[in-house]
Structures are given as structure tokens and as C-alpha cells.
Design a protein around this ligand. Structure first.
Ligand code: ADP
Ligand code: MG
Length: 219
């Protein structure tokens, strides 16, 4: 099984559904250490992404890279706050990594290793824009262990379902591990030590992102 247009769309749709179900929890987490808009930010963003995917006047995507680039661009244009640009750039970077080489008409399916490289490009994009290190209590703290678990699974011979399931578990571990951290980036950092003892909303939504990918690619 390779990561093709159908799976890319299935990922984005599963993530939109998860955000729709979990937005209250995300907003609650953001109310504790931020401004209480993380769930509504992402819900608005992914509703717009679904509208683009379902728009009969938008030309069909040329491949999985195009689906994810389009997702990222929509998030950037529709979501304010820190998370819109961060997730937007991440999806655009994933899309660019999967995109067709110059001159080719379409971006073909990606194998499990190529998707891993694309997910690494997504993390690089988050880090370049947000300048967060591991341990700063952000998206980076879920994405980093997710990627490490994905790569370890691939090295052990896993295919897409196994590697994405490992990544989802890694992201969930990473999100839980933000609880004792003091935030050093974003609004939560204004709280200083009072940010300790709460799970980071962005790391939590990153866990949803990887869980959705695992659901989409489940054999
Ligand atoms: P805002 O903080 O602007 O209200 P959101 O509430 O949508 O935006 O998103 C907050 C989340 O964004 C945080 O929980 C954190 O995980 C993430 N975040 C904030 N700043 C950064 C950063 N510099 N790098 C990575 N992630 C960040
Ligand atoms: Mg917020």
C-alpha cells in the first residue's frame, strides 16, 4: 500500500472529523494556559479545508502532494492564531515533499519511507516558523516523538499501517509528556511556571493529526 491521493484525502477528512469531535477539549486545554480558541481555530480551518475538497469547481488534485499543499494553504488563509500558520506551513511542506518532480504531470503515490521524509519536512517547517525546541511545550513535543516512532517502525520493516500507528502512539505519548513542562513559546509562556501541570493544546491536536493518519492508512 502506498500513500496516494485517496489516502491523503482520507487523512485530511479523518483529521477534520477528529477536530469536529474534540474541539471542545482543545479549547478547554487552551483556556487553561492560553486564550481558549485552539479548538475553534482548528474547527474553522478544517471546515474550510473540507469545503475546498468538496468544491465541484476546484480542479481535482493531481496527487497526494497537491491535496496536502491545498490543505496547508487553506489553513494559512482561514486560521488566525499561532496554530494556523504552523499547521498550514507543515501541510504545505508535506505536500511539497510529496509533489511531482519538475516537468512531471502529477505527484505519484509515496511509499512508507517517502511519507516519513515528508512528515520530517512538516516538522522542519513548524520548527523554522515557530523556533521552538523540544521541551518548550508545543506542537514540536508531539511531532518529534511521532516521527522518531515512525522511523523506528520503518527501520523494523513496518509498512504504512504499522508506521503510522507507531507515530500516533508516539504523538500521544509526547502530548501527555507536555503536562509537567513549563511553556517557553506561544501564549502559554506568558504564564511562566503556572503553565506547568496542563497538557499543551497544540501537542494534543498534533496527536489527533497522527491518529487520523493512522486511521486513514489502517489496512
Ligand atoms: P494562539 O496561541 O495564537 O491562540 P492556538 O490557540 O490556535 O493559537 O494554538 C496554540 C498552540 O500553538 C499551543 O498550544 C502550542 O502547541 C502551539 N504553539 C504556539 N507557539 C508555538 C511555536 N512557536 N512553535 C510551535 N508551536 C507553537
Ligand atoms: Mg489560543
Amino acid at each position: 500500500m502506498d500513500f496516494d491521493t485517496r489516502l491523503a484525502e482520507a487523512w485530511v477528512r479523518a483529521l477534520a472529523e477528529a477536530v469536529g469531535k474534540e474541539h471542545e477539549r482543545l479549547t478547554e486545554l487552551d483556556s487553561a494556559i492560553g486564550d481558549g480558541d485552539h479548538g475553534s481555530n482548528l474547527r474553522r480551518g478544517f471546515a474550510a479545508v473540507l469545503a475546498v475538497l468538496d468544491d465541484p469547481d476546484t480542479p481535482a488534485p493531481t496527487g497526494p502532494g497537491a491535496v496536502l499543499t491545498r490543505t496547508g494553504s487553506t489553513l494559512i488563509s482561514k486560521v488566525g492564531g499561532a496554530s494556523g500558520p504552523l499547521y498550514g506551513k507543515a501541510f504545505r511542506a508535506i505536500g511539497a515533499a510529496l509533489a511531482a518532480p519538475a516537468g512531471a504531470p502529477a505527484d505519484g503515490p509515496a511509499d512508507v519511507a517517502a511519507l516519513g521524509e515528508a512528515l520530517a519536512a512538516g516538522l522542519r517547517a513548524v520548527r523554522e516558523l515557530g523556533r521552538a525546541e523540544e521541551g518548550d511545550k508545543t506542537i514540536v513535543d508531539a511531532w518529534t516523538p511521532a516521527l522518531a516512532a515512525y522511523r523506528e517502525a520503518v527501520a523494523g520493516g513496518a509498512g504504512l499501517p504499522g508506521a503510522t500507528a507507531a507515530a500516533a502512539a508516539g504523538a500521544e505519548r509526547g502530548a501527555l509528556a507536555t503536562v509537567p513542562l513549563q511553556a517557553r513559546k506561544g501564549r502559554a509562556s506568558y504564564l511562566g511556571p503556572r503553565s506547568i501541570g496542563h497538557q499543551d493544546p497544540g501537542a494534543t491536536s498534533t496527536a489527533l493529526l497522527f491518529r487520523a493518519l493512522a486511521e486513514a492508512t489502517r489496512a
